[in-house]
Design a protein around this ligand. Sequence first.
Ligand SMILES: [Fe+2]
Ligand SMILES: [Fe+2]
Length: 137
Amino acid sequence: MDKQKVLKELNHALTTEYQAVIQYLTHATIAKGIDSDAVISLLKHIAEEEMKHAEILRERIFWLGGTPTMDVDERTLVKDIKQMLKVNAKAEEDAIKMYKGILKMLNHIEDIEIYEAIEEILEDEIEHWEEFTRLQD
Ligand SMILES: [Fe+2]
Ligand SMILES: [Fe+2]
């Protein structure tokens, strides 16, 4: 693997995990309307998982000799639950693409520890996308 390139991508991924935590928790507070209870508990649950992803990324970055960033990617505020679910399903879709891209940069055998960590995160992102998408129906 190209260590510097991987570190750059992992740090970018970390900014998106922080973004997700802040965005989902803020959305959970402002969610009002029909079925808002289900949306609120889903947002809080997913925010916790994103926090775990951030921890995994920090550890991997540090282990590779890098410094974990404290930057946060751009958050999106929404007007209603419909837009909330749409925006967040899109965020998860972007995360899926991003982690698939990182996996492609890694060597499954040589970078096994980091590869498996990213694979684990990717599985969660797919679930998140499914959950946001299911609630949109
Ligand atoms: Fe995540
Ligand atoms: Fe996610």
